[in-house]
Design a protein around this ligand. Structure first.
Ligand code: UT7
Length: 336
């Protein structure tokens, strides 16, 4: 029998500070009515000053280990952190998180694929397990977008939130509940400017000029991204379902990147899946980028929404541009 990666643990963490649409309406020319009707968001969490992505990643990673019946210092071969907001440009944040989790000799690296980072990370983690390079991999998606939002940009400031989610994958077989059964990844760098932090990298530094303050913030051309997001996630999902031989009617849950409720429902319409099979938690957490899918998985699992053996289709889209999808069956795990 071939080897598959199997989900054995699931953890999530949200920083305690809730930021409501009403609070943002005091700071920006916006309203709860606009934000909720255009995005589906009512509130998001923002980390307190001094709390980093690595801190959030540690919390979700620790919980995923506990959910898998493991603890600090467990035998884990690799720690992968999907994030757009690493603690530093260099080094990666994952080695520090691995160290704090006492997973000291584990391979550890970050994946930079913006909102698609978790699906990219799943593909890498599963490939490491399928090839025999790893028995157990801890994959974390964590973000502190509050640290990169332009305080003068109402559009991005009302969308993004902070949080983290993590999965512990182990070596198993494709017939086991929890097996990851297929992946589809893609990118289009010709549209890199649609989602971008202009300064801070070698492109800007090579000019030897200090960056303009606004160039150090996250930027997004939302309207252009919207239509592309729906199309790419639809194409990626359909290609993957065809490859693994699943009909859309056999998919129990669509767990899409929580970018915008209107995007999720447009996607559902395009792939022809009923809205009641679409997992959403964006109302409470906003768009948490690479943390979005593991947070949605954890919150739906906490609500008892998934049954063992259910078929899940995950799909994401983000800066790069990048996109990706993955399919799995649901295991007997309790999120921590
Ligand atoms: O996560 C990775 C990928 N990201 C996405 O997939 C995000 C995709 N894009 C979106 O979700 C939506 O495009 C947004 C939520 C970002 C924006 O919604 P929209 O319906 O596309 O609005 P818009 O940008 O077309 O703006 C419509 C109007 C504009 O005013 P005018 O020009 O019509 O007078 C904006 O200035 O809404 C205005 N606006 C706001 N009004 C109140 C923009 N932001 C706000 C705001 N509050 N926060």
């Amino acid at each position: 029998m071939t080897t598959s990666a199997v989900l054995a643990g699931l953890g999530s963490y949200l920083p305690p500070r809730r930021v409501s649409n009403e609070e943002l309406s005091e700071r920006f020319d916006t309203s709860d009515a606009w934000i909720h009707s255009r995005t589906g968001i009512r509130q998001r969490r923002w980390a307190d000053v001094g709390v980093s992505t690595g801190d959030l990643a540690y919390e979700a990673g620790h919980r995923a280990l506990k959910s898998a019946g493991l603890g600090l210092g467990a035998s884990v071969d690799a720690v992968i952190l999907a994030t757009t907001t690493p603690d530093h440009p260099c080094p990666a944040t994952a080695p520090d998180v691995a160290h704090r989790l006492k997973l000291n000799s584990a391979a550890a690296f970050d994946v930079s694929a913006v909102c698609s980072g978790f699906v990219y990370g799943l593909t890498i983690a599963a490939s490491m397990i399928e090839s025999g390079h790893a028995e157990r991999v801890l994959l974390i998606g964590a973000e502190t977008y509050s640290t990169i939002l332009n305080p003068e940009d109402r559009t991005t400031s009302v969308i993004f939130g902070d949080g983290s989610g993590a999965v512990l994958l182990r070596s198993g077989t494709p017939d086991e509940p929890g097996a990851l059964l297929g992946f589809d990844l893609g990118s289009d760098g010709s549209q890199k400017e649609l989602i971008c932090i202009p300064a801070g990298g070698s492109r800007q530094r090579s000019t030897h000029l200090p960056p303009a303050p606004q160039d150090t913030y996250f930027t997004m051309q939302g309207k252009k991204v919207f239509a592309t997001a729906v199309r790419r996630m639809e194409e990626s999902s359909t290609a993957l379902l065809n490859r693994v031989g699943w009909s859309i009617d056999s998919v129990d849950h669509l767990v899409g990147h929580q970018a915008n409720l209107r995007i999720l429902y447009s996607l559902a319409e395009q792939v022809r899946i009923a809205r009641d099979r679409v997992v959403t938690n964006i109302e409470q957490v906003g768009n948490t980028s690479a943390a979005s899918i593991p947070l949605a998985l954890a919150h739906a699992a906490e609500q008892g929404r998934f049954k063992v053996g259910d078929r899940l289709l995950m799909t994401a889209f983000g800066g790069g541009l990048t996109w990706g999808s993955a399919v799995m069956t649901w295991p007997d795990v309790s999120p921590s």
